[in-house]
Write a protein that binds this ligand. Structure first.
Ligand SMILES: Cc1cc2nc3c(=O)[nH]c(=O)nc-3n(C[C@H](O)[C@H](O)[C@H](O)COP(=O)(O)OP(=O)(O)OC[C@H]3O[C@@H](n4cnc5c(N)ncnc54)[C@H](O)[C@@H]3O)c2cc1C
Length: 415
């Protein structure tokens, strides 16, 4: 069996590791020119995604992921606050559940390791055809082609491959964008961190169509595992930073404007959106590294629609390509990795003669449909709150209601 994967993101690379380890001939094609030529800040992988990676990577390889990640017990809490950073509610996770909180670039670089011969960078998928013999021919922008028994679209939100399969886009813009950056943590900036950020992340909900997500990312001084313990596969630890993402309605920051802005302009825009917010938060935003600033438009699949509206066959898709979700619940990467695990199991069974390729993709798509829509729904909740709070009628009520909620929260905590 030969498998061709479009997209060397988290889902595509996990699938490639699983198939490669099982002895299946696999090639991953990505439009990026190298593993490093990518963006992103931090990804959260839950216990299930960790178990998948443990299963498909060598112990040394998995250790390198742990040593590049911050320990889960330092971020097993998410505090929702109002725009004055007064706590409204807190969600906590079981600290004993394994998790990886790791930079997207280090994770991608580490997942490429061991697959160097199997990845073709600089290869942009354009189209595919299913041939008379059931095999799939894939065409790339550089004129090259690739023939395989199975083609998998792991090409992320706005996937060209899943769009071709479904006959329409599998996700749509949700009306929000994220303006994100890293603020280096030193003595001065650490002193500015709101208390809720010690031991957890913060999602502050603003009254005018804005919110901000913040988390400390400091694997360099406190990794989940000592990087010195990694011999065969070195860890990749990033410098200590506050990772933040301003969440903003498209109507306040039109995507076409944001995409044309350089880092300095993006930070200026963030500061003006946060005009009524606390001074120490604005100082943290102003201290961000402009070269780290980026803008991402949030796409979401419709969680109530059929996820894979195409006949099961030798072409399928996984991850954001099928069920795009905004990063607001930290579920997208973990869900893509879970998909990859299920698809790998089904394809290995087909390779071993225990099913057919069509049955394998059908079973995979059914399994994915049992959990992915819920992850999309959860990811949309904070955006719906921010959208509600932007409405003038709700805004008035929120001015009274949010401080009251915060007071109730404080009382409950002290009780
Ligand atoms: C640049 C970038 C930065 C991100 N930063 C964050 C972040 O900080 N926090 C967060 O929670 N989520 C972030 N995400 C989203 C997160 O990575 C995904 O939601 C999650 O990992 C799901 O993974 P996936 O494998 O489905 O898709 P992705 O990880 O998005 O991977 C898709 C891959 O497909 C490739 N691709 C796309 N189109 C083509 C094509 N036509 N031909 C060939 N290759 C193609 C892309 O180059 C990419 O490598 C980011 C995504 C991207 C692309």
């Amino acid at each position: 069996m030969r498998v061709s994967i479009i997209g060397a993101g988290m889902g595509g690379l996990t699938l490639a590791h699983a198939l490669h380890r099982a002895g299946i001939d696999v090639t991953v094609h990505d439009r990026d020119l190298s593993a490093e030529a990518t963006g992103g800040y931090r990804l959260a992988l839950d216990g299930r995604a960790c178990a998948v990676l443990r299963r498909h990577l060598t112990p040394q390889h998995y250790q390198a992921l742990q040593a590049s990640s911050v320990p889960s017990e330092t971020t097993n809490r998410l505090t929702f606050t109002d725009h004055r950073l007064r706590p409204l509610s807190v969600t906590t996770w079981d600290p004993s559940e394994e998790a990886l909180l790791i930079g997207r670039v280090p994770l991608r670089r580490l997942l490429v390791r061991g697959l160097e011969e199997r990845i073709r960078f600089g290869a942009t998928y354009t189209s595919h055809t299913v041939d008379a013999d059931g095999r799939v021919t894939t065409c790339f922008a550089d004129g090259s082609t690739d023939v395989a028994d199975v083609l998998v679209g792991a090409d992320g939100a706005t996937s060209r491959l899943a769009t071709a399969l479904a006959g329409h886009p599998t996700s749509a813009p949700f009306g929000f964008g994220g303006l994100a950056a890293r603020t280096p943590l030193d003595q001065r900036t650490r002193a500015l961190l709101p208390p809720a950020l010690h031991g957890g992340a913060v999602l502050a909900l603003g009254p005018q169509g804005t919110g901000i997500f913040m988390t400390q990312h400091d694997p360099a001084t406190r990794a989940a595992l000592d990087p010195a313990a990694c011999h065969d596969v070195p860890a990749i630890t990033e410098a200590p930073a506050l990772v933040w993402s301003l969440i903003v309605l498209d109507s306040l920051l039109p995507p076409e404007h944001a995409r044309a802005m350089g880092g300095g302009d993006l930070l200026e825009t963030a500061l003006s959106a946060l005009q009524d917010w606390p001074a120490h938060l604005r100082e943290l935003v102003a201290a961000a590294d402009p070269t780290s600033a980026g803008y991402y438009r949030f796409h979401a699949a419709d969680p109530d629609a059929e996820l894979t509206p195409w006949p099961a066959g030798p072409v399928t898709a996984l991850g954001d390509a099928v069920h795009a979700m905004p990063p607001t619940a930290g579920r997208a990467a973990a869900t893509a990795i879970r998909d990859a695990d299920h698809l790998a199991d089904e394809l290995i069974a087909a390779r071993d003669g225990n099913s057919t390729i069509a049955l394998a993709t059908l079973r995979f798509e059914k399994t994915m449909a049992s959990y992915a829509p819920q992850a999309v729904r959860e990811s949309l909740v904070p955006l719906r709150w921010i959208r509600h709070l932007s409405r003038p009628a709700v805004r008035g009520a929120a001015r009274v209601g949010l401080p009251a909620l915060s007071a109730v929260h404080r009382l409950r905590r002290s009780a």
